[in-house]
Design a protein around this ligand. Structure first.
Ligand SMILES: Cc1ncc(COP(=O)(O)O)c(C=O)c1O
Length: 434
């Protein structure tokens, strides 16, 4: 593949690879082009044409420690030298599970998967099997991967905008090929509204196995909730024999080692983690209360989970190395120091130039809401988004060597000089084109 532009590369790749890519989310929503990499290192990616970028995408937010981290590489090489097989567990699998039970509040037991989608699918099945009830309540707009049960009302653009807040949301499909029967197993409700959860569950608790949500919504930028909402939701759910599942595939490890559940101080029954868990090497997990998790291994009619590559040892070894790094006392303070400096300076840069843009952040992730000046707390505010401005800004940033895609994140590899250089470039761009 020796082509001079990303567009040439996509054209060539598309002859053999549908869309020219292996995941439809690899096309950049702002440029429409996929990124093809030559290599990645630290806070930088180098595309297949040789161009270098400061990366604020970090592999869908998975490379929280930075790309090509030596400790991760070393752990993978050690595993390869032992004669890597994905198909059996070893002492590292057990050790990783043990360590997760120490740091993640809800984790009494763990089951490893390879992708986040596999984990959310298992969490839903486990909740149904454990409670003997079929319906799952999901939050309108929350993203949980790409299996049939979660491919509707899964982004802000698919939220039922007509919902006044006192009823369940209408279904808006994200994908063709989803059977109606699947959508009938779900009740979609607006987020951060305890009254609608109370109302729906009061009437229909006998049908509802669980509520699954993102404790921090980084899939629509960076929208948060409150301890009060999560605690009230938990209390109501438990009074009515409904399980609470936090999908922490993206929020996990971004605010600290104990994930968003530790940040908010509310412990769900089950949670899913992935991405940063193994710094981008394929691995995810579901973790939760022993009584519920053990349903996977009960002798009589268990909830089945298994797979040839489940909990593959390259991911497991990478996760152990990642946990060693993330457990160092200065890891999070150092990363947040650089990240917060970047986010605050970015906001003041927009403010100084009177550009309507809100930089919203929590932990290592952030988003720039162009067209909005006030804090973004509700998806209805997305109507004010200035997509044309966002497109101009991001296309120019990518031209100038700063890469944004869908997940906006700073990693532990970004130095103060990386972010200061980014701010200089961005200031130049905003003066020129916004
Ligand atoms: C919150 C959330 N859940 C689940 C998933 C699915 O994870 P994977 O892409 O590993 O299947 C993602 C992926 O972006 C996610 O952000």
């Amino acid at each position: 593949m020796n082509k001079s532009t990303l567009s040439d590369l996509q054209q060539y790749a598309s002859q053999y690879l549908v869309g020219g890519i292996s995941s439809s989310f690899r096309a950049n929503p702002y440029t429409t082009l996929p990124m093809y990499l030559d290599h990645a290192d630290g806070a930088y990616i180098y595309d297949a044409t040789g161009k270098k970028y400061i990366d604020y995408f970090m592999g869908h937010g998975a490379a929280l420690l930075g790309h090509n981290r030596p400790e991760i590489k070393h752990s993978i090489i050690q595993m390869l030298e032992k004669g890597f097989t994905a198909e059996f567990d070893n002492s590292m699998t057990v050790e990783l599970a043990r360590r997760l039970t120490e740091i993640i509040p809800s984790a009494e037991q763990v089951r490893f998967t390879n992708s986040g989608s596999e984990a959310t699918s298992l969490a839903m099945r486990l909740a149904r099997g454990y409670t003997k009830k079929e319906k799952i309540v999901r939050i309108d707009g929350h993203f949980h991967g790409v299996h049939d049960y979660v491919l509707f009302n899964n982004l802000a653009a698919l939220v039922d905008k007509q919902n006044p807040g006192d009823r369940e949301s209408h279904i808006n499909l994200f994908s063709d090929g989803i059977p109606q029967a699947v959508t009938d197993t779900q009740i979609i409700i607006p987020w951060n509204d305890i009254e609608i959860f109370d109302k729906i569950t009061k009437k229909r608790a006998h049908e509802i196995a669980a509520i699954m949500l993102n404790p921090i919504d980084y899939n629509n930028g960076c929208i948060t909730t409150t301890k009060e909402y999560l605690s009230a939701l938990f209390d109501i759910a438990h009074q009515r024999d409904i399980l609470v599942i936090f999908d922490e595939i993206l929020s996990g490890f971004r605010t600290g080692l104990s994930c968003a559940q530790g940040y908010y101080g509310v412990t769900p029954d089950l949670c899913t983690i992935g991405k940063a868990l193994s710094n981008g090497v394929p691995l995810a997990a579901i973790a939760g209360k022993k009584e519920i998790m053990s349903k996977i291994w009960q002798s009589d009619f268990p909830v089945i989970h298994g797979g040839t590559f489940s909990g593959n040892l390259l991911g497991v070894s990478a996760a152990l190395a990642a946990l060693d790094i993330m457990s160092q006392p200065d890891f999070y303070p150092n990363m947040f120091n650089v990240a917060n400096h970047f986010f605050d300076q970015l906001q003041s840069l927009f403010d100084t130039q009177n550009i309507p843009a809100k930089v919203q952040y929590l932990g290592s992730n952030f988003f720039i809401y162009f067209g909005i000046r006030e804090p973004v707390t509700h998806y209805s505010q997305f109507e004010k988004l200035d997509m044309a401005m966002a497109k101009r800004f991001i296309n120019a940033s990518i031209d100038e060597g700063i890469y944004f895609h869908t997940d906006f994140t700073v990693s532990a590899a970004h130095t103060k000089s990386d972010v200061d250089r980014s701010l200089d470039i961005i200031e130049h761009i905003t003066r020129r084109i916004l």
